[in-house]
Design a protein around this ligand. Structure first.
Ligand SMILES: Nc1ncnc2c1ncn2[C@@H]1O[C@H](COP(=O)(O)OP(=O)(O)OP(=O)(O)O)[C@@H](O)[C@H]1O
Ligand SMILES: [Mg+2]
Length: 262
């Protein structure tokens, strides 16, 4: 049962003085995610689409057990992030730009290190490492320090490391951000491979074409709230021109009229 169910989660942050200054606001509490629900199924890519500050990363961090929702729960393959976060951690692979690889270690060292943390047998570690490193062209850079790698290569190493334990649930926050088209393509092709092998893939993005080309279903999140959640086909059919960009802009405008932050 590889379903992931986000059930009415809410997350509020207290803003520090410094954050209030940065965000140019006097409010002390920010509701980052507000009664958010969606379900992602095995064999599909679910895209969480939203503008900057919409709450995408907060939602993915809650799924990945890095933060606890204030309200609601997330059930990952039958395990609750609130009651059984350890069990959830074993089932998910999480990728975010917030988690940085240490510059002075090599891909080879880091891959083995994280695999051992997950308690994976040595034989399996070497076998999977060989497959990943070949697929992503990491082989010739495996003994180069991370600090000396290109952005794209670092991202590919991060992806390989997030998947050392062959998780059923793949939670990727903006996986193609900052990548050139070729590298981005190798990442999105791999995500398709993962979904075709029956994994449940959730990714966040603010890039409409990523959703259009890659995702089976999409949730559009604005100001912490889920505005639309459906198959790409059904979402597109709500607009006479079948245009995701127009749908997205209309939703943002509608939220502004309702007094949202954008
Ligand atoms: N730890 C935190 N403390 C205070 N506020 C936070 C914290 N994390 C997120 N926020 C606030 O919550 C809101 C949602 O942030 P989040 O990072 O989830 O958005 P996002 O959709 O991932 O945006 P982006 O596209 O810029 O990555 C923002 O207003 C952000 O400033
Ligand atoms: Mg984010």
């Amino acid at each position: 049962m590889n379903t992931l169910e986000v059930k009415n989660i809410k997350k509020t942050f207290k803003l520090s003085r410094k954050q209030q200054k940065i965000e140019k606001t006097k409010i002390k509490l920010k509701v980052a995610v507000d009664d958010l629900s969606f379900t992602a199924y095995s064999g599909e890519i679910f895209g969480l689409l939203g503008p900057n500050g919409a709450g995408k990363t907060t939602c993915l961090r809650a799924i990945s057990t890095l933060i606890k929702p204030d309200e609601g729960d997330i059930i990952v393959g039958g395990s609750s992030v609130v009651d059984d976060s350890n069990s959830v951690r074993g089932k998910i692979g999480f990728l975010t730009s917030e988690l940085k690889l240490e510059d002075h270690f090599t891909p080879n060292y880091l891959y083995t290190y994280f695999s051992r943390l997950h308690g994976i047998e040595e034989e399996v570690i070497q076998e999977r490492k060989g497959v990943f490193f070949k697929k992503f062209g990491i082989e010739e850079f495996m003994e180069v320090k991370v600090g000396d790698l290109s952005t794209g290569m670092k991202q590919k190493v991060s992806i390989a490391i997030s998947l050392v334990h062959d998780p059923e649930f793949i939670i990727f926050d903006e996986p193609t951000n900052g990548l050139d088209v070729l590298t981005a393509r190798s990442v999105t092709d791999y995500l398709i491979e993962l979904k075709e092998s029956g994994k449940t893939v959730i990714l966040s993005t603010h890039i409409l074409s990523v959703v259009d080309k890659l995702c089976d279903r999409v949730g559009i999140i604005i100001n912490g709230k889920m505005k639309i959640c459906d198959t790409i086909e059904n979402v597109l059919s709500t607009n006479p021109n079948n245009d995701l960009e127009e749908i997205f802009f209309d939703l943002v405008k509608e939220d502004e009229l309702l007094g949202g932050a954008y």
